[in-house]
Design a binder for this molecule. Structure first.
Ligand code: GDP
Length: 338
């Protein structure tokens, strides 16, 4: 998304050395004596400006318009590096581009109009001003370099797919379930405030793409303990999720008691109030007293008992996902799925 970003010195060295090379090509050419010095210095200034401008333009062209990105990516960039800082830096590169265009014209003209003896002095003056412009955008180039490093390995989201986000405490079986439903190894990408990165598994049901997202370190701990930026990292997921799979560990072998798990669910329900939630009780192979779980069930129709490790109940989840992707496509929902 962001190409390699040069330092001001790298930009200037490249511009000036290419300017010199281009100017040197004129030295052996037959040009009237009184014009030759002027031509050489003019070429030098113009080429230097153009080389630096080309590099700036290639950066500006490679970075997509932030406003045109999907809201998820806008949020992602905002949480990770800050959208305003990003826009400001790109604006500064644009500004430098404009000033270099002016200098190119101004000094090209001055060198042409003035006597030959002044050409070298004018070229030096132009170089001074070019250097000053490029040095003025140092902090912006630094910022873009920082942004490049931080926006590496962003999650690749399929915005046409039905997207399911998994939540639940650590060790309840989220990644086991993700693999059960999607088969192959999930894509692992960077995501702010996740310890192991975000995991995205893909599958297909009835020709419809499904992607399932697990966010270790984010939707697996009490939301009330989070700061504003961490909350934003969660809210970004709201742009994606068609449904949430909330996983309880019915056996409590994850180390969290069911009433704590239930509290986490209530917090997640509050944040994702617009998004349907499917309640999964996992590790049923270890649960002896199933009656005990009833007190944590608010919505029987949307509750499924599973054993992710044994693949038990996965088909019921798949059918639930079918019904969710059907709602999305405005096809009448059918009772048989409940
Ligand atoms: P996550 O931290 O929520 O992603 O949890 P994991 O998928 O890593 O699972 C945590 C542990 O629980 C692992 O040792 C899994 O093998 C185990 N586990 C997951 N699902 C089940 C299940 O249905 N039954 C049993 N007995 N163990 C499970």
């Amino acid at each position: 998304m962001i190409p390699t970003i040069p330092t001001p010195d790298e930009l200037l060295n490249k511009g000036f050395s290419r300017g010199k090379k281009a100017a040197d090509l004129l030295r052996d050419q037959k040009i009237p004596k009184h014009l030759k010095g002027k031509r050489i210095e003019e070429r030098r200034v113009i080429t230097s400006c153009q080389v630096i401008k080309d590099k700036l333009k290639s950066i500006l062209d490679a970075v997509p318009e932030i406003e045109e990105l999907h809201p998820f990516y806008q949020d992602y960039i905002d949480i990770t590096v800050g959208v305003d800082d990003m826009k400001q830096s790109l604006g500064a590169l644009n500004w430098a581009y404009g000033i270099l265009t002016q200098l190119e014209k101004e000094y090209g003209g001055k060198i042409r109009k003035n006597p030959s003896e002044k050409a070298t002095m004018l070229q030096k003056q132009a170089y001074g001003r070019i250097a000053s412009v490029v040095n003025k955008i140092k902090k912006d180039l630094d910022f873009l370099d920082f942004a490049k490093a931080n926006l590496r390995n962003m999650p690749t989201i399929d915005f046409d797919a039905t997207t399911i986000v998994i939540a639940g405490f650590p060790n309840v079986g989220k990644s086991t379930l993700l693999r059960q439903i999607t088969g192959a190894d999930p894509q692992v990408a960077n995501y702010p405030f996740t310890t192991k990165g975000i995991q995205i598994g893909h599958t297909e049901r009835h020709w419809k793409s499904i992607q399932i997202i697990d966010t270790p370190g984010l939707l697996d701990r009490p939301v009330l303990e989070m700061n504003d930026i961490e909350m934003n990292a969660i809210v970004a997921l709201e742009h994606l999720a068609d449904a949430i799979l909330f996983i309880f560990d019915g056996s409590e072998t994850c180390g969290f008691r069911l009433d704590n798990q239930y509290n986490l669910l209530k917090q997640i329900e509050k944040i994702f109030s617009e998004i349907p939630i499917v309640y999964l009780f996992n590790k049923m192979d270890l649960v002896e007293d199933k009656e005990y779980l009833n007190q944590y069930i608010d919505n029987v129709d949307n509750t499924i008992f599973i054993s992710a490790i044994e693949g038990e109940g996965i088909e019921k989840i798949n059918k639930k996902i079918d019904s969710i992707s059907k709602i999305e496509r405005n096809i009448d929902d059918e009772d048989e799925y409940y």
